[in-house]
Ligand binder design. Structure first.
Ligand SMILES: Nc1nc2c(c(=O)[nH]1)N[C@H]1C(S)=C(S)[C@@H](COP(=O)(O)O)O[C@H]1N2
Ligand SMILES: [Mo]
Length: 203
């Protein structure tokens, strides 16, 4: 036992003693993790389709996204491969603002399956996308988001492991049932809370 005591379930790092989720280490880098090739999507061709439970589809193009009010947010990232990164700054449109602009009435959905250029998917409860907890992010650190990190636009859901933050996002399918996405089908946890160390199914 060292002289420095540890909090329950969290480790301390050298960044002013801020706790990290269990099993994570801090990095200054921004690693790139993609299950397939980097998608190169021109903003001219970019679009995002929101499909509601009644089968209706509501689309937005790049100009439409840019016309919505955006926010700058500074958040910590936690990847299931154990790196965490503090204080990353993004600009994006909150998913709540996006859905409010596209849907005429409140959805009956409880879950979302997020789709991407390149066919990656990830699922999460709809409420985890609302209330200022998730963004369609298109700037990182003051610059346009680079393709390898999901540009022109990616989902940013910093309170869950980073595999939920779908790069090259192009769709949100609103659902009444929970349909597992790419990594969730391959054994990752269906929810993925880093503070509860929900890495794999059954954790
Ligand atoms: N479309 C898409 N989004 C994705 C992935 C992917 O392979 N394809 N990988 C996920 C995983 S596992 C992680 S850890 C993060 C990595 O984001 P980064 O490359 O910007 O660090 O993107 C997530 N979003
Ligand atoms: Mo990951």
């Amino acid at each position: 036992m060292g002289v420095v005591s540890r909090g329950f379930g969290s480790r301390r790092d050298d960044d002013g003693g801020r706790p990290l989720p269990p099993g994570q280490y801090l990095t200054e880098d921004f690693p790139v993790l993609s299950a397939g090739p980097t998608q190169v999507v021109d903003t001219d061709r970019w679009r995002l389709d929101v499909r509601d439970v009644d089968g209706s589809t509501h689309s937005i193009d790049w100009a439409g996204l840019m016309a919505l009010p955006s926010e700058e947010v500074t958040v910590d990232l936690h990847c299931v491969t154990r790196w965490s990164k503090h204080d990353t700054t993004w600009r994006g449109v909150s998913v709540e603002v996006l859905l409010d602009s596209l849907l005429e009435e409140e959805t009956e959905a409880e879950f979302a399956l997020v789709r991407c250029y390149g066919d990656y998917t990830t699922n999460l409860p709809l409420e985890d996308l609302l209330d200022g907890k998730a963004w369609i992010a298109y700037e990182y650190d003051g610059d346009e988001l680079r393709a390898e990190h999901g540009g022109p636009a990616r989902l940013l859901v910093p309170h869950l492991y980073l595999w939920k933050s779908a790069k090259w996002v192009n769709g949100i399918e609103l659902r009444q049932d929970d349909e597992p996405g790419f990594w969730e089908t391959l054994g990752y946890h269906e929810y993925g809370d880093p503070w509860l160390e929900q890495r794999y199914s059954g954790d």
